[in-house]
Design a protein around this ligand. Structure first.
Ligand code: SAH
Ligand code: SF4
Ligand code: F3S
Length: 455
């Protein structure tokens, strides 16, 4: 707080214009949520938020380490800042987020990217005013391994671009150590925010008119594990749903080993909670799931899905899948295909396994060629596409409710609670960020088309 004010007055003296900050997100929703805090804290320190890095006084890359291609893309983008920095040496280039929590990455930045001025860690956002202030004072490069911090800092200001959609982190870190995954190493141990702090943030958002609110955590079903008095994720959902208002509550991600019938019952009993559940399965083979350290079987996965389908007739499931995990045979891959066909996921995020140094899986033998792995991926994408188009068609003629997200030439784009996008036309110019009732008329590519009913 002290440095927010110090930086504010320094910046007012230093610049003859309002300085601009541009934050670019390369990772997941959690990463974007961090970016909103970075923008928030610098906005409090006297900066205006900009959409492009071109004229910005600070450019911040918030990075991701989940797969190798994410990292390669980020380095490509950092490289592009070199010319910009030589045109404007006063511009600060900062890199933060999951990728820089790895010492070999920081070493690479130190050596090969001399125009990067600052590196800071995933849990150091609140230190940013202090870091930037010191950079102006000392003008010394600050590129060293970020300290892994595990405390929870509340009340960091958040800068939200949308007026209707928002995310709230309910917990940080991950304890699961799925054998392929880097997240527990870069984001540290799991810790949950106190429910009253979440409730406060949530109530404020509803009051401000936010209508689509997503609770975030790497494994929301283990929310509250170390909190006292005891509370679990279902209790938290129940508590938040008591807040009066017109909104849809989403959450992600759930973990098949931890999602309980109590959570499903809570969704059933609270119409404000989205009927769309993201429940990453990763593989349809029990042997591979075991090697992945996922700690559930395909049978257990199907059990909870079946229970949910019984309790909540309009429930939909989306999922993440990794193909080509070390040692995955073609037959084991086919088990994944069969599961995908059986469950009818509404949406699937599919990935080729990417080796992450430091994880357990990185030490496993992997003899499958990249070609074979991408063939598996393409087969799966094709299967899912067919499922998805049938799913879209199932909405034809139905009446749905959707939140208007953006204006399109001659119309609007809206999103249903199940995340499907619907386009419709209307002469009414004031529909943005409101709920509308629509009658689905057809589909165009991957979106639905509709007629407006109530306005
Ligand atoms: N915590 C969430 C999401 C983690 S990252 C969860 O457990 O569901 C999102 C997805 O990236 C994962 O679900 C997984 O499918 C994928 N992923 C993670 N590590 C990966 C790796 N090394 N290679 C390929 N995909 C990976
Ligand atoms: Fe990674 Fe598994 Fe944690 Fe998800 S639950 S972040 S896949 S270790
Ligand atoms: Fe998210 Fe990537 Fe980090 S997926 S948690 S930004 S490694």
């Amino acid at each position: 707080m002290e440095y927010t004010e110090k930086l504010h007055s320094l910046v007012q003296k230093k610049f003859d214009h309002t300085p601009l900050v541009n934050v670019q997100t390369f990772g997941c929703v959690q990463n974007e949520n961090d970016s909103e805090k970075i923008r928030g804290i610098l906005a409090k320190s006297g900066y205006a938020v900009s959409d492009s890095f071109e004229n910005s006084d600070i450019v911040i890359f918030n990075t991701c380490a989940i797969r190798e291609n994410a990292e390669l893309k980020i380095f490509g983008n950092i490289g592009k800042l070199k010319a910009l920095k030589s045109d404007n040496p006063d511009m600060i280039v900062a890199v933060c987020g999951c990728m820089v929590m790895q010492p070999h990455i920081v070493a690479k930045i130190k050596k090969s990217y001399p125009f990067v001025d600052i590196v800071f860690g995933v849990n150091s956002i609140e230190e940013l005013p202090y870091i930037v202030y010191n950079w102006y004072v000392d003008n010394k490069r600050m590129v060293s391994d970020p300290v892994v911090k595990t405390d929870i800092v509340e009340d960091i200001p958040v800068y939200r671009q949308s007026k209707s959609k928002a995310t709230i982190s309910i917990m940080y870190g991950c304890d699961n150590f799925c054998s392929y995954c880097i997240v527990p190493y870069v984001r540290g141990r799991e810790r949950s925010r106190e429910p009253q702090n979440i409730l406060k943030e949530f109530t404020q958002l509803v009051k401000e008119g936010y209508k689509d609110i997503t609770l975030l955590g790497q494994n929301v079903d283990s929310y509250g594990k170390n909190l006292n008095p005891q509370i679990d994720f279902a209790d938290l959902l129940n508590m938040l749903c008591q807040v009066p208002g017109d909104y849809v509550l989403h959450f992600m991600s759930s973990h098949p080993k931890d999602i309980t019938r109590k959570v499903i019952d809570t969704i059933r009993d609270n119409p404000k909670i989205s009927r769309q559940i993201h429940l990453p399965v990763q593989s349809g083979s029990n042997r591979i799931l075991k090697l992945m350290n996922r700690r559930y079987t395909v049978e257990q996965y199907k059990d909870i899905i079946n229970y949910a389908k019984e309790q909540i007739p309009d429930v939909g499931f989306s999922s993440d899948i990794i193909v080509g995990f070390p040692g995955e045979t073609f037959e084991e891959y086919l088990e994944t295909e069969n599961l995908v066909k059986e469950i009818n996921f509404t949406q699937l995020f599919t990935f080729i396994y990417s080796k992450r140094n430091g994880t357990k899986a990185a030490e496993m033998e992997d003899n499958t060629s990249h070609k074979e792995k991408s063939d598996r991926l393409n087969r799966l994408i094709k299967i899912q596409q067919d499922i998805f188009f049938k799913y879209l068609e199932s909405f034809e003629g139905k009446t749905v409710r959707a939140l208007v997200e953006e204006t399109k030439p001659g119309g609007y784009s809206a999103r249903m609670a199940n995340t499907l996008v619907v386009h419709f036309k209307s002469d009414n110019e004031n529909l943005s960020d409101t709920f509308v009732d629509l009658k689905i008329t057809g589909k165009k590519g991957t979106v639905l088309t509709a007629e407006l009913l109530n306005k």
